[in-house]
Design a protein around this ligand. Structure first.
Ligand code: HPA
Ligand SMILES: [Zn+2]
Length: 338
């Protein structure tokens, strides 16, 4: 193992940008298709992997929504989530904030409760057996209507004890945050935290809207903020956490080569950037791979890697004392490694 890989493995980390449906590995997709008698347009695990050659976000989403059709029962959602949690436990991830896309399921006739019950059963087991803490974030699909988002928020109401926040994902271009201003306001009144994907493919204006209209507590991606100096200054001043996903950016062609990734520049500009996997089964790497491959490509120093791990806790929706405890753990690990 390289020195970088050893450091990344040793550091306690939080993952703040993970779509649980995007952790569906081809092997499990195949198994669930068989278990549930669902037809998928692939004949083998190799054929599934070969289809993961995307040229933009929409290209990926088209495959992602087909993949999630195999998720039917509470046990399926449990198995999916538990597989992810075991995987990141081995990478020394101590806290996760997981997105789920209820509309991808309820629109296929799956009960909202089936989805939440399966996911939360795995999260509870991770807490008791692995010591991994978690938050759960309901994402609205932005290519669908405001009305559909309100219906989804209504379905969530009996489950608010288990849902910590709302987010906004799916096709960004043509679906600005402003479309969801009212539903985010309603979610805020219910005491939910707010995040949104913005600036992944969309222009800086969408990031301004996420901040000003959706009143987000954290920003997902945010890469295109770098095109707008005023926005960069504001994000730095407010210490807004950006959940950056380098391998996702590469696979969805936001950058041509990982060497072109702006993560180092973001840190140098004083932005609170974090490293995350987004949809690890589709983008070729879990969180540690994102750290290690990016560090090698853009020459991140040990101090920058440590700062990224610290930022993952600073940006987490955890009580201040918990954050401080995780930061102290990182300091202790660094002392030990040094
Ligand atoms: O990377 C993503 N971007 C937008 N929506 C998504 N839904 C799952 N993954 C993504
Ligand atoms: Zn995402």
């Amino acid at each position: 193992m390289s020195d970088i890989a050893r450091l990344v493995q040793a550091l306690p980390k939080a993952e703040l940008h993970l779509h649980i449906e995007g952790s569906l590995e081809p092997e499990l997709m195949f198994e669930l298709a068989r278990r549930n008698g669902i037809e998928i347009p692939f004949n083998s695990v190799e054929e599934i992997r070969a289809a993961y050659d995307f040229s933009n976000l929409q290209d990926f989403l088209d495959v992602y929504y087909v993949g999630m059709n195999v998720l039917i029962t509470e046990a399926d959602f449990f198995d999916l989530t538990w597989a992810y949690l075991q995987r990141v436990d081995a990478e020394n991830v101590r806290h996760v904030e997981i997105f789920f896309d209820p509309q991808g399921h309820t629109d296929r006739g799956i009960a909202f409760a089936t989805v939440v019950d399966g996911i939360t059963r795995a999260l509870d087991r991770a807490k008791s057996e692995l010591g991994i803490t978690s938050k759960l974030i309901l994402c609205f699909l932005r290519h669908l209507s405001e009305e559909a988002a309100f219906e989804t928020l209504e379905m969530a109401k009996p489950h608010l004890e288990r849902i910590d926040g709302v987010g906004l994902d799916s096709s960004e271009l043509g679906h600005p945050p402003s479309k969801f201003q009212r539903v985010f306001a309603a979610a805020g009144e219910l005491g939910l935290l707010r995040v949104a994907h913005a600036g992944e493919e969309g222009p800086p204006e969408y990031i301004h809207e996420a901040l000003d209209l959706l009143k987000v507590d954290r920003l997902d991606h945010g890469n295109r903020a770098l095109e707008d100096g005023t926005l960069v200054a504001r994000l730095g001043r407010e210490q807004m956490t950006l959940t950056v996903c380098p391998l996702s950016n590469l696979r969805l062609c936001g950058i041509k080569r990982l060497e072109d990734h702006p993560l180092k520049r973001m840190l140098a500009l004083g932005l609170r950037a974090t490293v995350n996997s987004d949809d690890p089964a589709y983008f070729g790497g879990y969180v540690n791979d994102n750290y290690i491959r990016t560090a090698a490509a853009i020459d991140l120093s040990a101090d920058e890697i440590i700062e990224l791990a610290k930022n993952s806790f600073r940006g987490a929706f955890l009580p201040e004392a918990e954050i401080e405890r995780h930061l102290a753990e990182i300091d202790a690990v660094v002392e030990g490694v040094a």
